[in-house]
Design a protein around this ligand. Structure first.
Ligand code: PRP
Length: 199
């Protein structure tokens, strides 16, 4: 006899925390998981039989990377890189600094750069330049979220989970002051008394 499936608890559409911060779900965990599964299939369909090396950008990309890696059938490996940005918030130079390099070479490998969000594009512009110099066989970019309105550098992703409006989002790896990364959904954050959030 088939077992009755237990109903999964639904996340509330919006929540206010005791500190006055509010989140409103923009993309549910179900939609995220469905889309990542599609992206994994799409990537494999474009590279049948090819070993794929995913390069995740810490920290925001950890959950997307782990789900995407598991949704691509076949030969998949991954590595992580970390950067810190200067001036991104004040719209100045947007300088980026490498703080943790990859463990292994990407030369002559097919790599997929994996990011949680493509915002101004400054981080990816910096990273793609570095990776190009290391002569991968082929390189693609996969982002869970794309916020085209904020773009400063003309970077485009080959695989985009969701295009989103210019709102401050948290969850599924994205943080506000290191919090909310563990939220399984993507949500819009508002601060108490309409304090502006600096991106
Ligand atoms: C976020 C995100 C991307 C970058 C995108 O990282 O994870 O790496 O910003 O923004 P951009 O397109 O404007 O460059 P963040 O610097 O917040 O670090 P984190 O991943 O550790 O949260």
């Amino acid at each position: 006899m088939p077992r009755k499936s237990a109903k999964k608890p639904k996340a509330p559409a919006s929540v206010e925390f005791p500190n006055g911060e509010k989140i409103r779900i923009l993309i549910t965990r179900e939609r995220i998981q469905k889309r990542i599964a599609e992206m994994g299939q799409q990537i494999r369909a474009e590279f049948p039989g090819e070993p794929l090396h995913l390069v995740g950008v810490l920290k925001g990309a950890v959950f997307f990377l782990s789900d995407l890696a598991r949704s691509i059938p076949g030969d998949v490996s991954f590595d992580m890189i970390a950067v810190s940005s200067y001036g991104k918030n004040s719209q100045s130079s947007g300088q980026v600094k490498l703080t943790r390099d990859l463990d292994s070479s990407i030369e002559n490998r097919t790599i997929i750069v994996v990011e949680d969000i493509l915002d101004t594009g400054l981080t990816l512009r910096y990273l793609l330049r570095i990776f190009e110099q290391r002569k991968p066989k082929q390189m693609r970019v996969a982002v869970l979220l794309d916020k085209p309105e904020r773009r400063v550098a003309p970077v485009q992703a080959h695989y985009v989970g969701f295009k989103i409006p210019n709102e401050f989002v948290v969850g599924f790896g994205l943080d506000y002051a290191e919090r909310y990364r563990n939220l399984p959904d993507v949500a819009v954050l508002t601060l108490p008394d309409n304090h502006a959030i600096r991106h």
